[in-house]
Design a protein around this ligand. Structure first.
Ligand code: SME
Length: 156
């Protein structure tokens, strides 16, 4: 289980030291991947300026062909289209699921957003079925909210 408070403190210190969102997003992905054996693939997608596609920013895990995902497609695109995190206990049951790797059984998408603006998302795959709890989601949301603060600052 990720120690979200620790990661959020580190991210805040990075901000105060002048690091930009690019460094923060990479640090967050690595921290999440290392924190839990159930997390077999961790990545961040950012929403394109025209808000039509998600673009893969960085990830740890097996290479994926899904570098760009149209909004509305797959678990990732559905999260943006509905403006809601997606906790999918069994990916085979999700209509339009985009397979990253055949070993993946469950998936969690947590949006990175501030106010009404969606910047992107954390996408986490697990080789364990029904791997993600509300606690996982809440912890990752804390980290996502800290990243959204930095992305908001950079967009001004
Ligand atoms: N499974 C995702 C695609 C991204 S890969 O998991 C890395 C989806 O259905 O949107």
């Amino acid at each position: 289980m990720i120690d979200a408070r620790y990661v959020v403190t580190e991210l805040q210190e990075m901000r105060e030291d002048g690091h930009l969102s690019d460094a923060l997003l990479r640090y967050a992905v690595r921290s999440l991947y290392k924190s839990d054996e159930r997390y077999s693939w961790v990545g961040v997608y950012l929403l394109s300026d025209d808000r039509l596609e998600l673009w893969l920013h960085n990830y740890v895990g097996a290479p994926t062909e899904h570098a760009r995902i149209p909004v509305g497609e797959g678990v990732c695109g559905t999260a943006v289209a509905h403006g809601a995190n997606q906790n999918v206990p069994d990916v085979t049951e999700f209509p339009g699921y985009l397979a990253c790797s055949p070993s993946v059984k469950s998936e969690l998408v947590v949006l990175i957003r501030a106010g009404g603006e969606i910047y992107g998302q954390f996408d986490i795959d697990s080789n364990v079925a029904d791997a993600f709890t509300d606690l996982d989601e809440a912890a990752i949301q804390m980290i996502a909210d800290k990243l959204a603060e930095q992305l908001t600052r950079e967009r001004r």
